[in-house]
Ligand binder design. Structure first.
Ligand code: HEM
Length: 451
């Protein structure tokens, strides 16, 4: 078991990791953007450097773009699809490794995950779930999401105002987790367990994992998968009027989904439901504590909150990048792209492209063009949960700063170790500071220096 996992790791991550590390040592920007931990802290100057080099830059790892129009064109083009490792196309040694390593777990970026397949499978999966996340259905959840936010704030309110509280553990993770768990009819009492499994599974979005992370990630996905299968049995016993019951019926009666497809969609909805939005809430809270003038503007004009959420998504996108494979010979930005080429799309870089966003490194909640961001991607894989995430962001942040108007950082927020996902895994705050604006401005300055 352990040996097969080790072989799987070598075939899927170990060899790539070595290759990228070697390229990092000779200063290749593509390799550094992919794995360099120093870049992870603040990737934006490196995105600028890459953007200045060209619209589509050939690096040792892949073709890469941080241009908004190029990313948009690739995401919307039928000439590109999802990266799918074709067994017969991998080099012999890797093929042997994949064979010996055995079947991998049902991760979010491996088929049959919706994120990893092209039409017609993608169309079939997506049709089964879109209605549950439509703007109308999500808008009706507003009162319930407000209630969940208020309940969570009630739980931290009795804590001593000057004791540090971790905003991620007590609020930013629990709000989206509770919402998606309720949507899927899963037990809310298990939310901390889901968060632990979700954090493990989220690692799989990155390439070149260390063996330790790969093992943690496989164990988390396996445990979640096992739980999901038992939950399907519960659903069969007592079906409800929700999206998960509909998916189980599509497998059991409609013959529309295999069991792997069913599990994969269910796990993706659950994991994507909180692993991304936690970053929107965390990044947003930190940005607003560090920009008290912007928070003051929102207090004076609450109608600006929806725009502020767009600006947070743009300024510090929770999903920093994605990628696409050329399905046929094609061209992008006057650059010929042969079939089989992989393009890394730096969504976080596209969202700081000065061709679209004036003075892109300025955080401005009143920015008129903020909603041009690609934080939710574009084209056929455009985020299903976008309306839900926006609503949670608006309600969650507004409720937080309404309840604790003097909320202030009590130390440096800690970045999560993921590279595709950008956010914090700990944000120490004080619920009340003695002198709101001066104190929070000083703490913000101090913590930014330390980060
Ligand atoms: C701020 C929060 C969120 C962000 C930034 C985000 C971002 C993204 C992005 C960038 C993609 C497409 C990736 C690509 O094109 O390769 C995506 C797809 C997806 N997201 Fe989200 N997401 C968020 C919240 C959610 C939520 C709350 C759900 C809950 C259901 C969700 C479910 C999905 C699903 C199922 C897909 C796959 C869609 C497909 O492949 O057709 N996301 N998301």
């Amino acid at each position: 078991m352990a040996l097969r996992r080790r072989i799987r790791w070598v075939a899927r991550h170990g060899l790539i990791r070595r290759m990228v590390q070697r390229q990092m040592r000779v200063g290749d920007l593509g390799a550094r953007l992919m794995m360099d931990p120093t870049i992870r802290q603040d990737p934006f100057p490196y995105y600028d450097e890459l953007r200045a080099r060209g619209r589509l830059v050939s690096t040792s790892v892949a073709l890469v773009s941080a241009h908004h129009d190029v990313c948009l064109a690739v995401l919307r083009s039928p000439d590109f699809g999802q990266m799918r490792l074709r067994f017969d196309q991998v080099p012999g040694i890797l093929r042997l490794g994949m064979k010996l390593g055995g079947r991998s777990v049902l991760g979010p970026i491996e088929p049959p995950s919706m994120l990893a397949v092209d039409p017609p499978e993608h169309t079939r999966y997506r049709k089964l779930v879109t209605r549950a996340f439509s703007a109308r259905v999500i808008a009706a959840l507003r009162p319930r999401i407000e209630q969940i936010a208020e309940d969570l704030l009630d739980e931290i309110a009795p804590l001593r105002a000057d004791d540090p509280v971790d905003l991620v553990a007590h609020y930013a993770s629990l709000l989206p987790a509770t919402v998606i768990i309720e949507i899927l009819g899963a037990p809310v009492a298990m939310r901390r367990q889901f968060l632990t499994w979700g954090a493990g599974a989220a690692l799989s979005l990155d390439v070149g994992l260390s063996y330790r992370d790969f093992r943690r990630c496989e164990l988390a996905i396996t445990a979640l998968h096992r739980w999901m299968l038992s939950h399907f049995t519960e659903i069969r016993r007592a079906p409800r009027d929700d999206v998960l019951s509909a998916l189980v019926a599509a497998h059991d009666h409609g013959d529309q989904l295999t069991l792997d497809e069913l599990s994969s969609i269910a796990m993706l909805l659950l994991g994507a439901g909180f692993e991304t939005t936690v970053n929107l809430l965390g990044n947003g809270a930190v940005l607003l504590m560090r920009h008290p003038d912007q928070l003051d503007m929102l207090r004076a004009q609450p109608a600006r909150w929806a725009g502020a959420v767009e600006e947070i998504l743009r300024y510090e996108s929770p999903v920093q990048r994605t990628g696409r494979l050329a399905l046929r010979d094609t061209a992008v930005a006057d650059h010929p792209v042969p079939a089989g080429s992989f393009i890394v799309l730096l969504l976080g870089g596209a969202n700081h492209d000065p061709a679209v966003f004036t003075d892109p490194d300025r955080f401005d909640v009143a920015r008129p063009e903020a909603d041009q961001h690609l934080a939710f991607s574009s084209g056929i894989h455009y985020c299903i949960g976008a309306a839900l995430a926006r609503l949670e962001g608006e309600i969650g942040l507004q409720a937080l700063f309404r309840r604790f108007p003097n909320l202030a950082l009590a130390g440096s927020p800690h970045r999560r170790p993921t590279r595709v996902l950008r956010g914090y895994d700990a944000i120490p705050v004080r619920l009340s500071s003695p002198e709101p604006t001066v104190h929070s401005a000083l703490t913000a300055l101090h913590s930014r220096k330390q980060e």
